[in-house]
Design a protein around this ligand. Structure first.
Ligand code: CTP
Length: 402
């Protein structure tokens, strides 16, 4: 299921947006309608609200909207923006980069795929200004669903009427799937969440990891067609659908689960916050005594380093990605881990920030490989996951040829 923004602009075929919204919902997607001022002359927001079951966005300036800068929030949440019908005016404003209403501002702000279904009089459609603007938008990555030919509302016969519903749906489906990812069909192993090291039958040593970052990476890998196994420590958040989930508890359990599967994987992504120390749990609950309680901890085995030491890693197989939680000297520490653990990529997290990292929905990371350093600014974890997998995709071919 995808989160889709349906932009509706002021053409006579605006009424067809109702059918598009319904069809998208029937295909399992969640739709938020965004209407321009002229669209509202042709069809009421109430109709779209009833169909989508969501508030219809009509204004950049409604009270309350700017609390979370709604056009930016929606722009970063959506998986796709479709504008149907797209008038010559909106197409021109997109091409020019105007941002004077919600739809144009969101168009600039989103990095999701954009599908435009133009509809207008045939003379307008074939005017060089429109042809040029459409070519420009296509060149910048927008998918244009060409209008059909026939009788137009204005009485003319020619090309300009909104494409048929099934063509629009097919374009949406293709754009959502995106170009075939090099991860399609590959086996991806992701570790996520904390580990719990038992002290006795009721107590344990754990940490604040929620599993969200690893799950976001796993969900994005599924979206790209990979066969994904998630080895998850105890997490309150459910693992994403479409993955095989292997629940584990301790660092030792996770070590065994990962090492048993790493040889068959094309990519291993270690997002789990694994305990560095463990202990032999007491068989019975430890009763309190007057003096201090001393627990002797011993080092756990480093799972990432053990995968890094697999013989196949000499040929770069599997591609190995570690996470690093740092509070200071992030780059230097992460580089050290890259070398020590023989990983291809370290995703470094600054856990001293309160707005990113553990147990929140967004993150800011730095991707460190032997050749480059990429800063991924603060954004929802789903988008950080995309940036991580984009980078991993570029590591894949070299590693898999060997
Ligand atoms: N990791 C692991 N096995 C462990 C500990 C950590 O596989 N026993 C992995 C984590 O999943 C993560 C990476 O190693 O991908 C980095 O973990 P971190 O604890 O930040 O690094 P350390 O090397 O333990 O460094 P330090 O504690 O010195 O910061």
């Amino acid at each position: 299921m995808a989160e889709i923004a349906l932009g509706i602009t002021g053409g006579i075929s605006a009424y067809k947006a109702v059918e598009i919204a319904r069809a998208l919902q029937q295909a399992g997607h969640a739709v938020t309608a965004v209407m321009t001022r002229s669209a509202r002359r042709f069809i009421t927001p109430l109709t779209l609200e009833a169909i989508t079951g969501r508030e219809v966005v009509t204004d950049l300036w409604s009270p309350g909207r700017n609390v979370d800068i709604e056009h930016i929030a929606l722009a970063s949440r959506i998986d796709l923006l479709i504008v149907a019908p797209a008038t010559a005016n909106t197409i021109a404003r997109f091409a020019q980069g105007h941002a004077d209403d919600f739809l144009t501002a969101m168009f600039l702000a989103t990095r999701a795929p954009v599908v435009l279904a133009p509809a207008m009089n045939s003379q307008m459609y074939t005017h060089p200004a429109v042809t040029h603007n459409l070519a420009l938008l296509r060149e910048r990555g927008a998918v244009i669903v060409d209008p059909g030919s026939g009788y137009l509302a204005c009485g003319w016969v020619g090309q300009g009427r909104l494409a048929e519903l099934d063509q629009i749906l097919a374009a949406v489906g293709d754009a959502l799937r995106g170009p075939a990812s090099p991860l399609a069909g590959r086996r991806v192993l992701v570790t996520a969440g904390p580990t719990y090291e038992d002290i006795d039958p009721v107590r344990f040593i754990g940490n604040r990891a929620s599993g969200r970052m690893g799950f976001a990476v796993a969900a994005e890998a599924v979206r790209r067609g990979a066969r994904v196994t998630v080895i998850s420590g105890p997490s309150r958040v459910p693992a994403p659908s479409g993955t095989e989930v292997v629940p584990v508890r301790s660092a030792a359990d996770m070590h065994a689960a990962v090492l048993a599967r790493a040889g068959d994987a094309d990519v291993v992504i270690m997002a789990a916050a694994v305990a560095d120390y463990t202990l032999d749990p007491a068989a019975q609950k430890i009763a309190k005594a007057d003096g201090p309680l001393v627990l002797t901890l011993r080092r756990t085995r480093d799972i990432l380093a053990d995968v890094g030491a697999l013989p196949s890693r000499a040929h770069g197989h599997p591609v190995l990605v570690g996470f690093a939680a740092e509070t200071h000297d992030l780059l230097a520490h992460a580089r050290g881990k890259l070398e020590r653990k023989k990983a291809d990529l370290i995703v470094a997290n600054d856990v001293s920030r309160t707005d990113a990292g553990f147990d929140v929905d967004q993150n800011a990371v730095t991707l460190i490989s032997a050749n480059d350093v990429i800063d991924v600014p603060l954004q929802p974890k789903a988008q950080v996951a995309r940036a991580i997998l984009d980078r991993i995709e570029r590591l894949l071919p070299a590693a898999s040829h060997a």
